[in-house]
Design a protein around this ligand. Structure first.
Ligand SMILES: [Fe+2]
Length: 174
């Protein structure tokens, strides 16, 4: 389920590779959630727990690196997208709190699958809005060099990102 890292991407450094690097976060999240949801629908309890933990880690890491690196850079270089960024942060806030609940929930709980399903819907909505409404504008404003640099920051950030959903900055409501 883990996506290839920048280092293993053969076309890294070329223009479309750079753009893909900046877009990798949302794609990972969507795949993680879709796969996780499908598997948690049929798997046994232990399998549901394992998949849910993978989804939690994947989404936590991506939310953290986006908030630490991508959103601040976007805000600086494409200030017109600020309202979209602020909305994205509020969507992250809802998602990380759901992740924190799923983290502590018994996979045999009757609410488990429903919660995973709503999580998937929310992440799908979030990813679609980002990809359609404002990521293209940010990529254009950043240009190739900054995108390449940012792709490196995102990959490096993933290694030191927290695994606790409530350690993501947007979990804080203040
Ligand atoms: Fe996001």
């Amino acid at each position: 389920m883990m996506a290839p890292t920048a280092a293993s991407t053969p076309d890294e450094g070329r223009p479309h590779g750079c753009h893909r690097a900046a877009a990798r976060g949302p794609q990972d999240r969507r795949e993680a959630v879709q796969t996780g949801f499908e598997k948690t629908s049929d798997g046994d309890r232990a399998e549901r727990r394992r998949i849910a933990d993978e989804v939690i880690e994947e989404l936590t890491v991506h939310a953290w690196v986006e908030e630490k690196f991508f959103y601040p850079a976007a805000r600086e270089l494409a200030p017109d997208t600020t309202d979209h960024i602020l909305e994205s942060i509020e969507e992250h806030h809802a998602v990380v709190w759901m992740l924190s609940e799923i983290k502590d929930m018994d996979p045999g709980d009757e609410r488990f699958k429903a919660k995973m399903s709503v999580l998937m819907e929310q992440v799908r909505h979030h990813v679609e809005e980002e990809e359609q409404d404002w990521f293209p504008e940010v990529r254009k404003a950043m240009g190739r060099n900054r995108l390449t640099e940012l792709g490196g920051e995102l990959e490096a950030g993933k290694k030191r990102a927290p695994r606790d959903p409530l350690a993501v900055p947007s979990s804080d409501s203040t």
